[in-house]
Ligand binder design. Structure first.
Ligand SMILES: [Zn+2]
Ligand SMILES: [Zn+2]
Length: 170
């Protein structure tokens, strides 16, 4: 844990390889979301969300399709996926064009991923809660939130402190 250090650019893509992307600036955060939207969207227990600066993200191959809809809170959001294999790759929010939420499981190298927090633990599947709390991310000292923090800035600061080589000004 914490031994693996990634290098930029990060690369990834969908299951079939039709859509590929490249990330040239280090992700802003990594967290799991256990909400009841992320569970069906991921087909799993939680989504592994990795916000990335839009200017540091580019599609290197193919063209993702977008599903435009309203979030439960009424925000205009879009989920971007491969039109061939259906893998979800990232999400975007109209009111927050400066970043996008990459599904971290689509990275080619997931060995270094260490979530800094677990969100929406109030709807986590029963087996998840006892598992993440003591064990998932000792290196990150991951925070567990019933929903999420009102202010993400302290959490983002903690994340940046985990990766001093990418955030030397912290
Ligand atoms: Zn695909
Ligand atoms: Zn969620």
């Amino acid at each position: 844990m914490g031994e693996r250090r990634p290098t930029l650019p990060l690369t990834g893509g969908c299951s079939c390889g039709a859509v590929r992307y490249e990330i040239t600036s280090f992700p802003l955060l990594l967290y799991t979301c256990n909400c009841t939207n992320c569970q069906p969207a991921s087909g799993s227990a939680f989504a592994l969300n990795m916000p990335v600066a839009t200017k540091g993200f580019r599609i290197a191959k193919g063209e993702p399709k977008g599903w435009h809809h309203l979030s439960p809170s009424g925000a205009e959001v879009a989920s971007w996926f491969c039109g061939d294999c259906g893998a979800r790759i990232y999400g975007s929010r109209k009111s927050r064009p400066e970043s996008m939420n990459v599904r971290a499981g689509t990275l080619d190298d997931t060995s270094w991923l260490t979530p800094a927090a677990h969100m929406f633990m109030r709807s986590a599947q029963p087996w998840v809660a006892p598992w993440v709390a003591p064990r998932a991310s000792p290196a990150a000292d991951a925070e567990c939130h019933e929903v999420g923090p009102d202010d993400f800035r302290p959490l983002a600061k903690k994340w940046r402190a985990m990766w001093p080589e990418f955030f030397p000004d912290e």
